[in-house]
Write a protein that binds this ligand. Structure first.
Ligand SMILES: [Zn+2]
Length: 273
């Protein structure tokens, strides 16, 4: 899976690189993957896509949604562009070849959706359909008042990580972008939402908006790659690249530990429990 900043970067790069190209053939599920999801039989993707012309691509949460004639591809896995004659990856879950000899491929990480749907129809895959229905945190519609509507009777019992990065409460905000958001807000990932002060909730909202926007504007996180295989320009503060190194704010050593089905990273000084 990928997250909103990377999906936004891939969408912009796809629009400027493959828009207007006609699909020569498509291959889905060439390398079977236990956690790769398709809409319908992947063997029929070629019938659904061949001859279609690529239009705009946009990010929908952590999905890259690509117009292909009257069809839509919605993919939440890393995508790569391949030039004419360039060797294609040996393993992939989706390969789309264009008539001019270029191509794009998608490869699932831990899991990945590779949906192919008629324009305007739902994927009937909860996460994607929810992302379609909710405002993107990169838009003005996602304001402080809207953020307030995400709180329910159960929220006080949730940890900050569970609140921000589960249930697609905020489309495309996953366990990767989460780390720098909580560091920026100075909130430990295990803090219970019910214990946060009003100022901390305001700081959390500001960090969601500010950090996701910075990650997107700077070409995605440096732990992920873009359409051309280049790492993003956003230098992560808390990630596998920085664990064991000093916090840039206070100098304490950045820690990593497992929590809620994924690693959390935090500064023990800036983000106290
Ligand atoms: Zn610190």
């Amino acid at each position: 899976m990928i997250e909103l900043p990377e999906a936004s970067v891939l969408a912009a790069q796809l629009t400027s690189t493959v828009k207007g190209k006609r699909i020569a053939r498509a291959v889905a599920n060439q390398s079977p993957h236990k956690f790769a999801w398709y809409t319908g039989d992947p063997a029929t993707y070629n019938d659904r896509l061949a001859g279609k012309v690529i239009g705009d691509a946009v990010a929908v949460g952590g999905y890259v949604e690509i117009e292909a004639g009257d069809m839509r591809l919605a993919i939440n896995a890393p995508l790569r562009f391949h030039t004419q004659g360039e060797k294609r990856p040996t393993k992939h879950q989706l390969l789309v070849e264009f008539e001019d000899g270029t191509a794009i491929s998608g490869t699932a990480q831990m899991w990945g959706g590779f949906f192919c749907l008629p324009a305007g129809s739902a994927a009937h895959f909860g996460e994607y359909d929810v992302a379609k229905a909710r405002p993107s945190p990169l838009t003005d519609a996602f304001d402080r008042a809207y953020f307030g509507t995400l709180f329910s009777a159960d929220t006080p019992k949730l940890s900050a990580k569970a609140f921000l990065a589960t249930e697609q409460r905020i489309p495309g905000l996953g366990n990767g972008a989460l780390q720098d958001i909580l560091w920026t807000a100075r909130i430990h990932p295990k803090r219970k939402m019910g214990e946060l002060t009003d100022d901390e909730v305001d700081a959390m909202f500001a960090a969601v908006k500010g950090v996701l926007a910075a990650m997107t504007e700077q070409g995605g996180r440096d732990t992920e790659c873009d359409l051309f295989g280049r790492p993003g320009g956003y230098v992560t503060i808390l990630s596998r690249n920085t664990v064991g190194k000093p916090c840039p704010a206070c100098g304490a050593i950045i820690r990593k530990e497992p929590y809620l089905g994924g690693s959390i990273y935090y500064c023990p000084q800036c983000q106290k429990l």
